[in-house]
Design a protein around this ligand. Structure first.
Ligand SMILES: [Zn+2]
Length: 147
């Protein structure tokens, strides 16, 4: 059965069995879970972060940005959650999906390189790492100036 709307359920942990039509929000983990709106019964996890999904709660309903594309599921559902309602989006071409994935990866890489060293890099020489980054940036700047 197709799900038409998602009701927010704020939980500490996701229950073992999700109910269709419920959007489980584990704010402590900045993640939501629901069953795919097409009714296939697959669990869809949407983590919240600047490069994943943004959740907005208006006091009654939840909206998620961007759309949810379940390309890894057999149903390949693609829909928006706007004010708790499921709005179906058209099927995306494989190229558009790949382009979106590439953009995601690049956005994540950008965000990670902007983080202070130590989180991703476990080498005990963060200073050397910083210098490498700085010099490569300088090298890039020099190239920019030259051309
Ligand atoms: Zn589905």
């Amino acid at each position: 059965m197709t799900i038409k709307s998602l009701t927010p359920q704020f939980v500490e942990h996701f229950p073992e069995k999700l109910e269709p039509g419920e959007l489980y929000l584990a704010m402590e983990f900045a993640t939501a879970a629901h069953l795919c709106a097409c009714g296939c019964g697959n669990k869809v996890i949407t983590p919240f972060s600047p490069t994943d999904w943004q959740m907005s709660f208006d006091g009654e309903t939840v909206s998620l940005k961007p759309s949810i594309g379940n390309w890894t599921l057999q149903c390949r559902s693609h829909y928006w959650v706007r004010s708790g309602r499921i709005e179906w989006a058209g099927d995306m071409s494989q190229e558009a999906i790949n382009a979106g994935r590439k953009w995601d990866a690049q956005a994540k890489a950008r965000q990670q390189s902007g983080r202070p060293s130590g989180e991703e890099i476990r080498e005990p020489a963060p200073r050397a790492q910083e210098q490498t980054q700085a010099s490569s940036l300088f090298g890039r700047l020099k190239k920019w100036i030259r051309f």
